[in-house]
Ligand binder design. Structure first.
Ligand code: SF4
Ligand code: SF4
Length: 150
């Protein structure tokens, strides 16, 4: 959905890393750093929305969030499926996994590529450290639960 010419990551790398280093859902701010709607996007409206960066309330970021998978009761706090809802129900409990960025149709591919290619190793090593942490639930159990639910 974003524009053909997208945000140059080199120009926003500083602020992007600040966002990714903050313990709070990053998707809304990554959306605002993106290029916005592509004029060719097939919404059936007459208004020119090219370049707009609004959340389209698709809820992808809420559906993918691993914290909400572990704490599904938080989802009951709101019916809304926006980045603002994600921020209010996850807040500082964010795992900083970056999954919400990757599933957002409004975030530029350039930003997604940066997250996957430059930040995922760090994310994986953080998750790996948590596997041995007695205060954390066992990640293998999450996987087992997910398979059983499927
Ligand atoms: S998907 Fe990951 S980065 Fe996004 S809010 Fe949930 S835990 Fe945080
Ligand atoms: S994934 Fe959907 S709901 Fe979440 S910020 Fe992007 S457009 Fe909004």
């Amino acid at each position: 959905m974003p524009q053909r010419i997208q945000t140059d990551v080199e120009e926003i790398e500083g602020i992007l890393n600040e966002i990714l280093n903050t313990k709070s859902p990053p998707v809304g701010r990554c959306r605002l750093l993106s290029s916005g709607f592509n004029p060719g996007h097939a919404l059936n409206i007459t208004e020119d929305i090219s370049g707009h960066k609004e959340c389209i309330s698709c809820g992808n970021c809420i559906d993918i969030c691993p914290f909400l998978f572990r704490e599904p009761s938080r989802r009951q706090k709101t019916e809304q499926r926006t980045s603002m809802a994600l921020e209010s129900i996850v807040g500082e409990d964010c795992d900083q996994c970056g999954a919400c960025i990757l599933v957002c149709p409004q975030v530029d591919t350039t930003i997604k590529n940066y997250v996957v290619n430059r930040r995922m190793v760090e994310v994986m090593s953080r998750l790996e450290q948590r596997i041995g942490d007695e205060d954390e639930l066992d990640l293998d159990l999450f996987l087992e639960e997910a398979i059983n639910q499927g």
